[in-house]
Design a protein around this ligand. Structure first.
Ligand code: SF4
Length: 351
């Protein structure tokens, strides 16, 4: 019964664990491999749909009062934006809401998923809907990968890129996030170079991640190049200030040989001055990085933060390219604006 007590669903079990579990239910060990294929290659969520498994065996998988379901999340809402972006709101077994977003990029023929790692977030960035919830709970590795499998099941799409950029600070849920990355690689078949973890800058965890030999991409939500500005926008900066976090990215890059990404949300009158563009350019000049400018997704008219005008973002980009000595600076294309696709917006409405 050990495996049943440790897990809430078949998703998240290692093959050996699934073998032990089904043997405890009186089934043959080889069935575990069949079930694995159904879950991870065919995105099946219902035991009745395991069609090459006999009816008797399926009954055994369901009849035991302690039998586990394939997945533990429930789908609450599924919205599709005019631009094709799909937003999913799931509910955990204990009733918390989890958001995930699926984006299709036809020009690149790829499908990306933005997934959550926590319920709420302790970092408390004032412009972020999730930050206003406070921290509620870490998601398990199984709940993290199930978001991907569930989205594939509903949309019929094969996801090839994953970003840990939904609700939560992934490096504050370090063990489950690293375990979920390994599962995405080994069970779901997603290449690690197609997985990006976005952090607000937990320096000891960035150093730890560098040594995991995962070869994933790392993004830093910098949002302001000065300690004064960043203390306000990303309060964790009071613990690990700008220079410390940039130095940790340098170490990450040295150890992993992977280029990092600097994320910068453009907020009118807050962090979008041309002076800040110059400071930012000089700050990252010696870092092997790309910079991604993110037009702010305003929640509603009462939102105290406003998005920077496009003309301003363009000028900021030009100055940044110049002062950073030709780093690649991109402006993120907005997606799912009509369905509140920014992190935390939908969950907030439902909490
Ligand atoms: S932006 Fe990220 S780190 Fe900041 S509060 Fe939101 S989820 Fe947390």
């Amino acid at each position: 019964m050990a495996e049943r007590n440790k897990h809430q669903s078949l998703i998240g079990m290692r093959l050996e664990e699934l073998e032990t579990y089904i043997e405890e239910l009186g089934l043959e060990k080889f069935r575990a491999k069949q079930i694995f294929k159904w879950i991870y290659s065919k995105n099946v969520r219902d035991i009745d749909n395991l069609s090459d498994i006999s009816k008797d065996a399926r009954l055994k998988l369901q009849a035991d009062p302690k039998a586990l379901p394939i997945g533990s999340l429930n789908l609450i809402t599924h919205q599709i934006s005019k631009d094709g972006t799909e937003k999913f709101l799931f509910e955990t077994k204990s009733g918390e809401k989890v958001e995930s977003v699926l984006m299709k990029f036809e020009e690149r023929d790829s499908v990306s998923a933005c997934i959550s790692s926590q319920i709420g977030c302790a970092v408390g960035c004032p412009f972020c809907a999730t930050g206003t919830l406070g921290f509620k709970k870490n998601l398990s590795a199984a709940e993290i990968i199930e978001q991907v499998l569930f989205m594939q099941n509903i949309s019929g799409e094969r996801i090839d890129n994953i970003v840990y950029m939904g609700q939560g600070e992934p490096l504050s849920n370090y063990d489950n996030v690293v375990e979920s990355i390994r599962m995405l690689r080994e069970l779901v078949g997603i290449g690690v170079r197609h997985i990006t973890v976005s952090t607000s800058g937990i320096v000891p965890r960035i150093d730890q991640l560098a040594k995991e030999n995962l070869q994933i991409n790392l993004a830093l939500s910098l949002h302001d190049p000065t300690d004064e500005g960043r203390d306000f926008l990303v309060p964790i900066n009071k613990k690990w200030p700008v220079l410390e976090v940039i130095n940790s990215l340098n170490r990450y890059e040295l150890i992993t040989n992977r280029r990092v990404t600097i994320e910068y949300v453009m907020l009118e009158g807050v962090n979008d001055s041309f002076e800040k563009a110059k400071i930012l350019g000089e700050l990252v000049r010696n870092l092997h990085c790309n910079i991604n400018l993110i037009p702010y997704n305003q929640t509603d008219v009462s939102d105290p933060f406003k998005r920077s005008p496009n003309s301003n973002i363009k000028k900021f980009k030009e100055l940044l390219e110049k002062t950073s000595r030709n780093k690649t600076v991109t402006i993120r294309r907005e997606r799912g604006h009509d369905i509140n696709a920014a992190c935390g917006q939908l969950a907030n409405k439902h909490q």
